[in-house]
Design a protein. Structure first.
Length: 158
């Protein structure tokens, strides 16, 4: 199934599908931390649409359906990558890896890449470590959540 998925630039008209997918995909994270106020779950359509002006926004499509997404922006040489989501029925087939590699390739001028995930999100932490990301810092957000920031030199991205 994963081979039929195309990855490419998102269009603003994809914003609603991306937001719905983001909401679906972050339910597990919200349950893990018992926090349904996570930013990806409370983001507005207007806020997401505004990101198209400043961020590289990619989607993975299966036919007309958006089944994955990721976005990134380069700030002071650091490519900040976020909101990597893959539809639950397509997880475990390498689509997250493909999306991450695709967004890295679309963020020129970066000397390093940075992303973050929650401290209990073991699947995410394993994926990022396998792709060359190393923990750089931990930021405590609240009593139940700490964010683990991971970085990778752009020289390691192929």
């Amino acid at each position: 199934m994963g081979q039929n998925v195309r990855i490419g630039a998102a269009d603003v008209s994809d914003a609603e599908q991306i937001l719905k997918l983001q909401y679906l995909c972050y339910q597990g994270e919200a349950a893990l931390y018992n926090d349904y106020g996570l930013a990806p779950l409370t983001q507005s359509l207007e806020s997401l649409t505004a990101e198209f002006a400043t961020h590289v926004v990619l989607v993975a499509r299966l036919g007309d359906e958006v089944v994955g997404s990721v976005r990134g922006v380069v700030e002071d040489g650091v490519a900040r990558i976020g909101r990597l989501v893959v539809h639950p029925r397509l997880q475990g087939h390498g689509l997250g890896t493909r999306l991450l590699h695709a967004v890295e390739a679309k963020l020129p001028g970066a000397t390093s890449y940075e992303l973050f995930t929650g401290h209990r999100s073991e699947d995410n932490l394993r994926l990022y470590a396998r792709l060359g990301y190393a923990e750089s810092r931990v930021e405590r957000i609240g009593p139940r959540l700490s964010l683990v920031y991971l970085t990778k030199s752009a020289a390691l991205a192929a």
